[in-house]
Ligand binder design. Structure first.
Ligand SMILES: *Cc1c(COP(=O)(O)O)cnc(C)c1O
Length: 454
């Protein structure tokens, strides 16, 4: 009988996260310092204390290779982890490819994506340090619902600034967050200085992740009992997500194969990093030859078209300056349905790896990703989130290249979440009403003119 799923038992759940900071020097990478937005000087742990609990700040700057996962976090992880690694045998047949295609399925979590892997850890450390209230932003609502779930587990209040276009397009995500007990407002909102400033200029602003981050950061910085929580980009977030790749490595052992190509969608870089960093560790330390591909939307092509430069993480210029590939903090991405990929910047560690050539990047159009996702769903049954569909698309393209060449390559991608809350986007695709946004060259050029001078 052919195996379809590779399932680990609870006792095989990894007990430590992997911190790639330990291995970057061996790849010739020295991470550029994070700079204070006011002084332009490197920041230290104390500068971040108004926003984050100390445990997370120490993880952010840690160079320990492995960090223990606290037992209460493991206990919550066990509600849905380990997640399955699935061989897409029916899809392989339909594509008539000699490639073996595997996907790691993160859609089995309570909120339907990989995001609870870090949300649970962040809520735990905040609760442990006595934090009573958290703020955050959310694009498509995946992060907001993950953190709302995690806050409900650890008894913390949560206010979510939700990008307005998603708030309007995706009422079910808002309802899910409210069901978990969070307060949700459309961003830009009148509740913060940053929001009021944008609304004064443009009352119909569709919002962006950059604006919503400004609002959530301001709220946390101006309330003593409140901290801020970010769902991607930061080192500690990427580290929490490595549970995905660490499990996948054990599952490939069960399958008796090794991937040749690893693929993940990138918004801020966290699910891609979580899936691939343990494999990049082996690329750096053991000379493995994995091809690793990050996939982004043509409408927000951070790695493929951005500049590698210092920039703010948010629109209102409140966050520290990070050296990253960026489209400019004033860039407003077109309203594509993959809301989680509408971000101007990218995780610094992912950018450094791209800059050094350890990973590749590709940009794909919206209709192409839905075409692949629908084909996948009709053979594997799972309807991918539009974000995850970026990885599905490139996995399909690689499988077809393998077919042309008659090569048995092993392709693995991270299916970061299900698309059950994104059916309006599928509806638009199926009716032929989905717009492909061209690469917004002029707007990006304009936004890049506003990069901070450091
Ligand atoms: C948020 C999200 C993404 C993009 O965020 P990353 O930090 O790049 O992973 C991708 N897929 C899903 C399902 C998401 O919810």
């Amino acid at each position: 009988m052919e195996s379809k799923k590779y399932i680990l038992s609870e006792k095989d759940l990894p007990k430590q996260w992997y911190n790639i900071a330990a291995d970057l020097p061996a790849a010739g990478i020295e991470m550029p310092p994070v700079l204070h937005p006011g002084t332009g000087q490197p920041i230290g742990p104390d500068d971040l204390a108004p926003l984050f609990p100390m445990a997370l700040i120490m993880q952010e700057v840690s160079t320990e290779r492995y960090i223990d996962i606290p037992e209460p976090v493991l206990d919550v992880y066990r509600m849905w982890r380990p997640t399955p690694l699935i061989r897409a045998r029916r899809w392989e047949k339909a594509l008539d490819t000699p490639a073996h295609i595997y996907f790691k399925y993160e859609g089995v979590s309570p909120s339907g994506s990989h995001k609870p892997n870090t949300a649970v850890a962040q809520a735990f450390y905040n609760a442990q340090e006595g934090v009573r209230r958290l703020t955050t932003e959310t694009g498509a609502g995946q992060w907001g619902s993950a953190l709302a779930f995690a806050c409900s587990v650890f008894g913390i209040d949560l206010k979510v600034y939700m990008v307005k276009v998603s708030y309007q397009q995706k009422p079910y995500r808002r309802i899910l967050m409210e069901t978990y007990g969070a307060q949700v407002v459309p961003s830009p909102s009148p509740d913060t200085e940053a929001g009021r400033r944008i609304l004064a200029k443009d009352p119909d602003s569709p919002g962006s992740l950059g604006i919503a981050i400004s609002e959530a950061v301001e709220d946390a910085a101006t309330h003593d009992d409140t901290r801020y929580s970010l769902g991607s980009v930061l080192n500690h977030v990427l580290m929490h997500q490595t549970i995905i790749g660490l499990e996948a490595q054990k599952q490939f052992e069960l399958a008796g194969e090794e991937p040749d190509i690893l693929i993940g969608a990138i918004g801020g870089g966290s699910n891609f990093a979580g899936f691939t960093f343990p494999f990049i560790r082996d690329k750096i330390r053991e000379g493995k030859q994995y091809r690793i591909i990050a996939v982004e939307p043509t409408a927000a092509p951070t790695l493929t078209k951005g500049l590698y430069a210092y920039d703010f993480g948010d629109t209102a210029q409140m966050t520290p300056l990070i050296k990253m590939y960026t489209l400019g903090h004033t860039f407003m991405p077109p309203p594509i349905h993959a809301g989680g990929l509408r971000y101007h910047g990218m995780a610094a560690q992912v950018c450094a790896l791209y800059d050094k050539g350890l990973i590749e990047a590709q940009a794909v159009h919206q209709n192409a990703i839905f075409e692949a996702a629908v084909h996948f769903a009709r053979h594997e049954g799972i309807v991918p989130a539009p974000e995850s569909a970026h990885a599905v698309r490139v996995a399909m393209e690689q499988a077809l290249i393998a077919k042309e060449r008659g090569e048995k390559v092993v392709i693995a991608f991270n299916l970061s979440g299900h698309g059950h809350f994104d059916l309006a986007a599928y509806d638009a695709y199926l009716r032929g009403e989905l717009e492909d946004y061209e690469y917004p060259e002029e707007q990006i050029k304009e936004a890049l003119r506003h990069l901070p001078q450091v």
